[in-house]
Ligand binder design. Structure first.
Ligand code: NAD
Length: 294
């Protein structure tokens, strides 16, 4: 994996300032990880409440590092100081790399990407943390599609080592190299993959989650399934994992995979995730999913 991404790295540019659009589960995590590893980052969302959620997550993670004595209180304060909240695209003029991490909706992402592009330097690199949307489709919204690719982190960002760098048909080598280098700066293991529904990891993960759905339909208890998979050695079982990911995000990803691979990934009838979403249970993000959170 190291060698695979490494051949692009030499072509990357230096990154002194980064940005993230969206301060949700992923945006907050990306901001923390970038700041923790020393790269200052602008974090934009649509209102102060949303930004506050991202900052709260970063404060929590810094607090844990300080209490474990991995950071001094002073170092912790510097990490937080490297996260610069903003509500305006105007602040992105000197940013080298921007990761878009807004809701998993193609129209919203295309709008956000084309809006931010207008404030950027010609050489700035834009990437999307989309789990499932085609990079080539998102690139269509841009004037400089060669400066765009996917940068797919996993949740929780500070713990999951892999980052998929998704090469669109128009992404330049310099773009891929810069994003590979940024992933490494963040202490991650980048892998360069092609643009296709589900990229690489979700094409493996979602058939597994589908297996979970079929077991539920056979009447197997979800807590038992989670315990079995933990016993098998996975850090968490499928029900808990889906709650961490967010049921709305997971449902959207499942639909994209079903459209991309209808022969294998299409499931008849309402899934357990869809039934929970009907009751507005979105997982940990709103305190109710497969499990309840206080
Ligand atoms: P989330 O719902 O927690 O956060 C989305 C954020 O985007 C919210 O804070 C929202 O206010 C903000 N937003 C909406 N419109 C915006 C705009 N116009 N400008 C700026 N911000 C805007 O979602 P999330 O789970 O963080 O997912 C974000 C992206 O990351 C999605 O594309 C998702 O598919 C992807 N992703 C999610 C996971 C996961 O496990 N949750 C894993 C990998 C990738």
């Amino acid at each position: 994996v190291k060698k695979q991404a490494g051949r692009y790295e030499k072509q990357g540019r230096e990154i002194t300032l980064s940005g993230v659009l969206g301060a949700g589960i992923m945006g907050g995590g990306i901001a923390y990880q970038s700041a923790y590893k020393g790269t200052p980052i602008l974090m934009k969302d649509i209102n102060n409440e949303a930004i506050e959620l991202g900052l709260k997550e970063a404060r929590k993670l810094v607090g844990k590092q300080v209490s474990r004595e991995k950071l001094t209180a002073e170092e912790g304060a510097s990490v937080l100081g490297r996260i610069r909240p903003t509500l305006s695209y105007g602040d992105f003029e000197h940013v080298d790399v921007i990761v878009e991490a807004v809701v998993e909706n193609q129209k919203v992402k295309s709008t956000v990407l084309s809006e931010v592009e207008q404030s950027l330097d010609d050489r700035a690199i834009l990437c999307s943390n989309t789990s499932t949307i085609s990079i080539d489709t998102l690139a269509d919204a841009l004037k400089r599609p060669e400066n765009f690719c996917g940068m797919h982190f996993f949740n929780p960002v500070h713990r999951m080592p892999l980052v998929e760098v998704i090469r669109g048909s128009r992404s330049s080598d310099e773009t891929i190299g810069t994003v590979v280098a940024y992933a490494r700066h963040m202490g991650k293991t980048p892998i360069v993959v092609n643009d296709c529904p589900g990229f690489l990891v979700n094409r493996v993960l979602f058939p597994y989650l589908q297996g979970f759905e079929f077991l539920l339909r056979e009447g197997v208890d979800m807590v038992r399934i989670d315990k079995v998979m933990e016993g098998f050695g996975w850090p968490m079982g499928p029900a808990y994992l889906l709650d961490v990911v967010g049921l709305d995000t997971a449902d959207h990803a499942a639909q994209v995979l079903a459209e991309g691979y209808p022969d294998r990934m299409k499931i008849e009838g309402k899934t357990a995730i869809e039934k929970l979403l009907d009751e507005d249970r979105k997982g940990q993000k709103n305190g109710l999913g497969f499990y309840k959170y206080s």
